[in-house]
Design a protein around this ligand. Structure first.
Ligand SMILES: Nc1ncnc2c1ncn2[C@@H]1O[C@H](COP(=O)(O)OP(=O)(O)OP(=O)(O)O)[C@@H](O)[C@H]1O
Ligand SMILES: [Mg+2]
Length: 285
C-alpha cells in the first residue's frame, strides 16, 4: 500500500511516499501559504517519483498548516494526523528505537515522548520551546541583515564564540558543579569592541542550540528518556546546530542522535501512523 505523508510546517512543507516496508520518495517546498506549499510538495513528489496519483491509497496530513487543507487532494482521500503523534512515531521509526524523546527542531521546538515496539505508537507531549529555526532566521535578519539561514550558518562557521559568550571559566576561573570551565555562563555576555559579525552569527547559533539542548534534556529526563533523545526537523540536519544541541544534552548527562532523513521525520511519522490505522483498523494503531 502506497501512502503520501505531508508535513505542512511553519516554514516548509515536507512530503514523503511510504509503503509498509520502505520510503520511496522525498520532496520539500518552502512557501508561506499552506495550500500552495502542500499542493506544490505533493506535485513535486509525484512527478519526481514517477508514481501516478491513482496509485496513492491515502494522504496523511500533519503540521501546523494541515488544518487549513480539505479532506481530498487531487481526488485522493486526505486524513489529518496529530502533529505530536507524527513527530513521536517518525522519530522512533527513523532511529529504530522503541522508546525515545523525539525533539523536532523546526521553526519552533517540540519534545515528544514515544514508546512501543515497532513504531512507538504511544506518544506524549513532554514540552518544548519557542526558540528554534525561526529564532535563528529572525535574529540573523535583524542583527546581521542576512535574509537566508544558510548565510547565517556559513558566517557562524567562521565565528569565534570566545568573543561573544562569557564562559564559566571567565567568571569563576574554574568549573562549577557539573559545568566545566569552557561551558557557557552567559550567551552574548562578552560582547564588546572585539566582537565581529561572524562571532555574532556563532553566538546566535550557540544560543539556539543550547536552549534547545537544555529544554530537550530536562523534558526528556522528566519521562526517564534522557538516554534516548532523537533530534529531527530541518535544523537537526545542520551540523553546527546538531553538534551544539548534542554537546548541551551530554553536559547534562543525556545522549542524543540525529537519524538519517531527520528533516522528513514528521511527514514519515504521519504516513506510518495512517498506514497502521488502515492496516489495523480495530485499534492496534
Ligand atoms: N535553506 C533553508 N531554507 C529555509 N530554512 C532553513 C534552511 N536551512 C535551514 N533552515 C531552518 O529550518 C527551519 C525550518 O525547519 P523545518 O522545516 O523542520 O520546520 P517546520 O516544520 O516548517 O516548522 P514547525 O515544525 O515548527 O512548524 C527554519 O526556521 C530555518 O531556521
Ligand atoms: Mg515541523
Amino acid at each position: 500500500m502506497l501512502i503520501a505523508g505531508l508535513d505542512v510546517g511553519g516554514t516548509a512543507t515536507k512530503a514523503v511516499l511510504v509503503t509498509e516496508s520502505e520510503i520511496k520518495g522525498f520532496a520539500d517546498v518552502s512557501a508561506s501559504d499552506s495550500v500552495s506549499s502542500a499542493m506544490g510538495a505533493l506535485g513535486k513528489l509525484i512527478l519526481e517519483s514517477g508514481v501516478g496519483v491513482d496509485e496513492l491509497a491515502s494522504i496523511a496530513l500533519t503540521g501546523g498548516g494541515a488544518n487549513r487543507l480539505p479532506n481530498r487532494l487531487l481526488g485522493v482521500r486526505a486524513e489529518k494526523i496529530d502533529e505530536i503523534e507524527a513527530i513521536g512515531v517518525g522519530g522512533c521509526y527513523l532511529s529504530g528505537r522503541d522508546r525515545a524523546a523525539v525533539v523536532s527542531i523546526g521553526t519552533g521546538t517540540a519534545v515528544v515522548g514515544a514508546w512501543g515496539e515497532g513504531a512507538c505508537m504511544r506518544v506524549e507531549h513532554l514540552g518544548g520551546t519557542a526558540v528554534g529555526g525561526g529564532t535563528l532566521a529572525g535574529l540573523g535578519r535583524l542583527i546581521l541583515g542576512k535574509s537566508s539561514v544558510d548565510s547565517v550558518l556559513e558566517m557562524a562557521r567562521e565565528g569565534d564564540l570566545t568573543r561573544v559568550d562569557l564562559t564559566v571559566g571567565d567568571i569563576v576561573g574554574r568549573g562549577v558543579g557539573m559545568l566545566p570551565p569552557d561551558a557557557t555562563a552567559s550567551n552574548f555576555g562578552k560582547v564588546g569592541d572585539w566582537t565581529r559579525p561572524v562571532d555574532v552569527a556563532a553566538g546566535i547559533v550557540n544560543l539556539v542550540g543550547q536552549v534547545v539542548g537544555t529544554v530537550a534534556v530536562l523534558a526528556a529526563r522528566a519521562a526517564e528518556l534522557e538516554d534516548s533523545i532523537v533530534l529531527v526537523g530541518r535544523l537537526a540536519e545542520e551540523e553546527l546546530v546538531a553538534k551544539t544541541v548534542i554537546h548541551t544534552v551530554e553536559l547534562f548527562g543525556g545522549r542524543a542522535v540525529v537519524p538519517e532523513n531527520a528533516t522528513y521525520a514528521t511527514a514519515i511519522g504521519a504516513a506510518r501512523r495512517l498506514l497502521a490505522r488502515v492496516t489495523f483498523p480495530s485499534g492496534r494503531g
